[in-house]
Design a binder for this molecule. Structure first.
Ligand SMILES: Cc1cc2nc3c(=O)[nH]c(=O)nc-3n(C[C@H](O)[C@H](O)[C@H](O)COP(=O)(O)OP(=O)(O)OC[C@H]3O[C@@H](n4cnc5c(N)ncnc54)[C@H](O)[C@@H]3O)c2cc1C
Length: 417
């Protein structure tokens, strides 16, 4: 009897296993992961883990949960192949039959195809094993080059600078965090990092990592050489689609799924970083890399598999990052915005950028303004758009409260203006 096989026990896979039981699913659940640990929180790897003396991981849930819920967890095992038509997968040469299979394989860090990428001292960060290696090298490193001005690179840059290292960030684009936040926030983050001693080079890519066995410098495309006894590459991650490709499942910049997370193969689903899904806020499919997305898709799919619903996935996306003393929180998707209103003041280190498209609130990016973020999650989910004046004068919360009260008092089906 097949049951559900889940490939990958990161944020998505482990949440799915537990949520299936919460939804009353009673058939076997096999959770397979090529990492040796029990499922753990990945975000602290670039944050608290590197800063603290404590080397322990933050478990996603207690180990007893898996046993108590009859979840057959198999750590340190890799699913080598799946046969979607015959409904089995191969692990260590053993065929495991399934009724449903869920790909929760995450993403793999992108590496620059430059000479010297295989030198000791050149790292990328995805797993606990990577984080342990980086932390160990960090203990003796004096000069660190970070390739890529994205979230993971900048979190590490700030931590390294606070630990007294010389830190240089190479960013190929013209601003930091360009894919994720508004220019005002990029400028603010740059100023804070520069104040903390981080040297950021824009329009610069690494051309070669230099050294004999171990890295000692980075050569840029323009020919400059920057001394480095450690390099961390943070240039993004590609969805882990290898199994899907081999199984003939449709892949297009991620494993293609519909609004119920179903792939092109019946009975095979994909969630989290590896999945490309139709987004309700846009008129196209996208892939998101966040804890919220992986866990919300897992909860949603659990209901689908348990036969509780066939609803489309419509969660509001959100994400956070901790860089130096800045808590960045993003809600919604700002890429198609055509107007912006700022609340608070960057000079005071706490502000939020509200993004609009055709007059509707679609996203909020914030720095050290958690209240705007939390409110944003509720407003975007409810479809509420505040007036610009309310944002500037800080009365958004009160007006949303009034609107919500009116909405819940209105007869069913009647719209509240
Ligand atoms: C350093 C770091 C910091 C981050 N910080 C944040 C943050 O602050 N906020 C935020 O929202 N997000 C953050 N993220 C992103 C977040 O961690 C991911 O979006 C999330 O982990 C995605 O969950 P997932 O289940 O899709 O994939 P993952 O958590 O990556 O899990 C996938 C698992 O599947 C395993 N696997 C792959 N192929 C196979 C196979 N064939 N057989 C068996 N196992 C397999 C992988 O090894 C992995 O363990 C961060 C990521 C990293 C790496």
């Amino acid at each position: 009897m097949g049951g559900v096989v889940i490939v990958g026990a990161g944020h998505g896979g482990s949440q799915l296993a537990v949520s299936l039981r919460q939804e009353g699913y009673e058939n076997p659940i096999v959770l397979i992961c090529d990492e040796p640990e029990y499922p753990y929180h990945r975000p602290p790897l670039s944050k608290a883990f590197l800063k603290g003396a404590d080397d322990s991981l933050q478990p996603l849930r207690g180990e007893a949960i898996y046993v108590n819920n009859a979840i057959d967890y198999r750590p340190g095992k890799r699913v080598e192949r799946i046969d979607a038509a015959a409904r089995f997968c191969i692990v260590d040469g053993e065929a495991i039959a399934f009724d449903k299979l869920v790909l929760a394989t995450g993403a793999v860090p992108r590496r620059p195809t430059v000479k010297g990428d295989d030198l000791d001292g050149v790292f990328a960060l995805r797993t606990a094993t990577d984080a342990r290696r980086i932390k160990s090298a960090m203990a003796t490193a004096r000069n660190v080059v970070i390739v890529g001005g994205g979230f993971i690179g900048l979190e590490i840059a700030a931590t390294m600078a606070a630990a007294g290292k010389g830190v240089t960030v190479l960013e190929i684009g013209e601003r930091l965090l360009a894919r994720a936040v508004s220019p005002l926030i990029s400028t603010h983050v740059l100023a804070r990092l520069a104040g903390a001693g981080v040297d950021v080079w824009f329009g610069t890519a690494s051309a070669e990592f230099l050294g004999e066995g171990t890295v000692n410098a980075v050569r840029t495309h323009s020919g400059d050489e920057i001394s480095a006894d450690m390099v961390v590459v943070g240039i993004g991650a590609d969805p882990d689609v290898a199994l899907a490709v081999e199984a003939g499942i449709a892949v297009d910049g991620g494993i293609v799924v519909d609004a119920q997370m179903q792939t092109s193969a019946e009975g095979v689903f994909a969630i989290g970083d590896c999945a490309r899904f139709p987004h309700w806020q846009l008129d196209r499919s996208i892939r998101l890399e966040s804890v919220q997305n992986a866990t919300d898709q897992a909860r949603h799919l659990a209901g689908v598999i348990a036969g509780k619903h066939q609803e489309p996935y419509t969660a509001v996306p959100w994400f956070w990052s901790d860089i130096a003393d800045m808590k960045l929180q993003m809600v919604g998707l700002s890429m198609d915005a055509d107007d912006h209103v700022v609340a608070g003041d960057p000079v005071e280190g706490a502000f939020a950028v509200y993004h609009f498209r055709q007059g509707r609130l679609i996203a909020i990016d914030s720095v050290n303004r958690p209240a705007d973020h939390m409110l944003g999650r509720k407003m975007i989910a409810a479809g509420y758009t505040p007036a610009p004046q309310e944002i500037s004068d800080g009365t958004v919360g009160a007006s949303f409260k009034r609107w919500s009260a009116a909405a819940s008092a209105a007869p069913k089906g009647q719209r509240v203006a």
